[in-house]
Design a protein around this ligand. Structure first.
Ligand SMILES: [Zn+2]
Length: 463
């Protein structure tokens, strides 16, 4: 369903969006570019509903283009989330880009209502129902790339509704190891883990959405030329990296599945997220014959390993686990506007970088008072960062780690053993990204600081 083909209704302009490269407040000499501006294509509700657009002609006229503009704006600014929150005569738009909240402009109240109802209609929800929360979504395409746009509405005070849009970019769902930031060195260490039968598990915070990417990184590190991989889990209906699907009955139990796979001389299996000790132990019985790749919820590798010990026993963990991988995302400095500086030797020593490091990068200094807003970088829109990359930590079951596990070690003892071994921590991988000019020390500090999200500060010289 291509709604783009319908009669173009008059525009309800989004006001005060603060967007440099999309909205109508671009420079005069950019008019050509503006006219070529492409709007997102909506391609049908994810629940399969077919909304009657003719029946809702007035809503379509008032809401379709503004809804497209809002979503286009979000996608082109790389927002994961767009929230439209009515307040007084206008509705505030809040964006989340790379995990950081930003103001996204405002919509007149009438426009916000039309956009909200329109997106509900397109998502196969009830446009007029405003008293109960609704959840839906639609398929979309922008610049030839597919997206899934989830739409949630929640009633708030005064009979209004909050609209929450989440944009899922399929292109980044399962990246290759180098695309998601795995250095060659980390990839080699992950690959070494998968060269021997046993568990190689990814751990991440629950519902963080990064575990899929991480799984892509771990799975992508398996040497596909040597090993054959079978998936026992739903990989979102897509073929990934030459992974075969389990050809038996999906309802088979773990023992039946593993026996069948081993008979077919497959080497590596990808399993559903492991949620309990029972499942972990069921797979552990076959860990001597297979490489078992999966994920489970844990804050980092050391606490993950402690969790596995609780789920089974020190012996099972020492014998069957080859290693764990965890990931955390960090923002990349914008390559266009990042600012080179010569680091002080004391700073280098403090963060553990080589003393001969000549240059590091940080966000550009804030514009001087007399500078025009146009001085803002057009690539990142003045956000200083563009996209995120993973920092990785690989726990190898070394002798020191096994010793800590057998001693009934908790996460702290396991971490100490890793350190003793010289196994690099997540922070150290972050510092590696600083040394490579990918991110800044400020960003590493922000990520590892145990505080809530902070708004970007635009420091200006005091008068
Ligand atoms: Zn920039």
């Amino acid at each position: 369903m291509r709604i783009a083909g319908s009669v173009e209704p008059p525009l309800l302009p989004i006001i005060d969006t603060g967007i440099r490269h999309v909205a109508s407040d671009v420079d005069d000499d950019l008019d050509d570019e503006e006219e070529e501006l492409e709007l997102v294509l909506f391609q049908g509700a994810t629940n399969g509903a077919e909304p009657d657009l003719r029946q809702n002609a007035r809503l379509v006229e008032a809401g379709l283009v503004p809804a497209k503009r809002l979503v286009t704006d979000g996608i082109s600014r790389r927002a994961e989330t767009i929230v439209v929150e009515p307040k007084g005569q206008a509705a505030r738009i809040k964006l989340e880009v790379d995990g950081i909240p930003y103001p996204g402009g405002r919509l007149p109240q009438r426009g916000a209502l039309a956009v909200t109802q329109m997106l509900k209609l397109l998502s196969g929800l009830e446009p007029k129902e405003r008293k109960r929360p609704q959840r839906g979504g639609l398929k979309a395409e922008y610049e030839d790339k597919p997206y899934t746009v989830s739409v949630a509405t929640d009633p708030i005070a005064g009979g209004a509704e909050r609209l929450t849009i989440r944009i899922l970019d399929h292109a980044v769902k399962l990246g290759k190891p180098d695309e998601i930031g795995l250095s060659n060195e980390v990839r080699d260490r992950v690959r070494a883990l998968t060269n021997e039968n046993g568990f190689v598990l990814a751990c991440g915070a629950p519902h963080s959405g990064v575990t899929t990417t991480l799984l892509g990184g771990v799975l992508g590190s398996v040497d596909a030329y040597i090993y054959s991989v079978v998936s026992l889990t739903d990989t979102g209906g897509r073929d990934i990296l030459g992974v075969a699907k389990y050809d038996g009955n999906p309802d088979d139990d773990v023992d039946t599945k593993c026996a069948r796979i081993i008979r077919a001389e497959n080497d590596v299996i990808l399993v559903d997220p492991i949620k309990d000790g029972e499942t972990f132990q069921a797979y552990a019985k076959h860990a001597e014959d297979l490489v078992i790749i999966g994920e489970f919820a844990a804050r980092d590798t050391a606490s993950g390993l402690a969790q596995l010990v609780q789920w089974s026993s020190p012996e099972v963990v020492c014998e069957k686990v080859r290693g764990l991988v965890s990931q955390r995302l960090i923002r990349r400095l914008c390559t266009k506007c990042k600012f080179a500086y010569r680091p002080h030797p004391k700073l280098l020593a403090k963060v553990g970088l080589p003393s001969d490091t000549k240059v590091l990068y940080k966000p550009p200094p804030p514009p001087a008072e007399d500078e025009e807003e146009e001085a803002e970088c057009r690539r990142c829109g003045g956000l200083d960062y563009y996209g995120r990359v993973g920092m990785f930590e690989v726990l190898r079951m070394s002798d020191a780690v096994k010793e800590a596990v057998r001693a009934g070690g908790d996460a702290a003892a396991i971490r100490a053993a890793m350190k003793k071994d010289g196994q690099p921590s997540l922070q150290q991988d972050g510092v590696r990204l600083v040394a490579e000019g990918v991110t800044s020390l400020e960003e590493v500090q922000r990520v590892f600081k145990p505080a809530g999200p902070k708004k970007k500060k635009r420091r200006r010289p005091s008068p």
